[in-house]
Design a protein around this ligand. Structure first.
Ligand code: NDP
Length: 273
């Protein structure tokens, strides 16, 4: 699994997403992270086709939304149709909505049939992962995708995932849209020292911890910038300095209460042309 991918949450359907995906692939990205609820799977599929990169060299992730928890096969088949693909490389349960254990067991079957190469989860805490085991899951989730950046380092979850051979994948690795993390003086001064941007510094920090990052941008210059992470290395001391910024502050909804989240606060599903 690549350590870097392009995220497309809030990347508008149509030309914007199509072009961001094509641009990223041309700049060397080999992983794209979408979801049913982002309502841009068709645009992602078109961007993949526009690029000259071989399908088999691209890791495509999408996610099962709660409206398909009663029938994950329908959810995945519809996603595949929108993407214009025969399989996805990684299929994630988007949140631990009610019934997540049953839904996960259904993903195991879809993986056996080759509709998804790997399966995993997102927004799972340690106890959610343990529930899957108790429910008789035979496949360990290959990935747990959670909000993770210097303000929310997820150290305990990362240690647990390492022990269990689960890849931790950081969503909102830049802190998410509108976050002040990129202008935090502690981050900015260290970035200046390394002669990199604050975004590059914190993406590199996660990568050096073995955490996969999927920054989102629709701007070619930033898509390129966010991929230039392999020509510098942080010292252990500087890894710790960034680690000290942690405040266990998460912006996303608390997954323990996801079923109580008011319906009106979820994105609406809008079909693409
Ligand atoms: P990110 O942390 O990736 O931040 C994205 C924001 O940062 C956008 O506003 C973007 O603007 C801006 N940005 C990107 N690059 C730079 C840069 N180099 N310098 C300054 N600003 C920059 O947030 P996301 O919440 O989008 O998370 C990334 C991905 O993770 C999502 O796109 C999605 O794929 C996934 N995700 C998964 C969730 C889940 O529940 N599983 C939840 C949330 C996200 P612009 O586009 O204008 O450049």
């Amino acid at each position: 699994m690549p350590l870097l991918g392009l995220g497309v949450f809030r990347s508008p359907a149509g030309e914007v997403t199509r072009s961001a995906v094509r641009t990223a692939l041309e700049f060397g990205y080999r992983m794209i992270d979408t979801a049913r609820i982002y309502c841009n799977e068709k645009s992602v599929g078109r961007g993949i086709k526009d690029s000259l990169v071989d399908r088999k060299d691209i890791v495509v992730t999408t996610k099962l939304w709660k409206t398909d928890f009663d029938d994950p096969r329908r959810g995945l088949e519809n996603s595949l149709e929108r993407l214009g693909l025969d399989y996805v490389d990684l299929y994630l349960l988007h949140w631990p909505f009610k019934g997540y254990c049953q839904a996960y067991l259904a993903l195991e079957q879809l993986q056996k049939e080759g509709l998804c190469k790997a399966i995993g989860v997102s927004n799972f805490k340690i106890h959610h992962l343990q529930e899957l085991q108790k429910a008789g899951a035979s496949v360990i989730p290959q990935v747990n995708q959670v909000e993770c950046h210097p303000y929310n380092a997820e150290n305990e979850l990362l240690n647990y995932c390492r022990q269990q051979n689960i890849v931790l994948e950081a969503y909102s690795p830049l802190g998410g849209e509108g976050n002040s993390l990129l202008s935090d003086p502690r981050i900015v001064s260290l970035a200046d020292y390394y002669k990199v941007s604050p975004a590059q510094l914190i993406l590199r920090w996660n990568m050096q911890r073995g955490v996969v990052v999927i920054p989102k941008s629709v701007r070619p210059q930033r898509i390129l910038e966010n991929s230039q992470l392999f020509n510098f290395e942080l010292t252990m001391d500087d890894m710790d300095t960034i680690g000290d910024v942690n405040a266990n502050v998460r912006r996303a909804y608390d997954s323990d209460f996801i079923d109580q989240r008011p319906e009106s606060t979820f994105p609406k599903i809008i079909e693409e042309d």
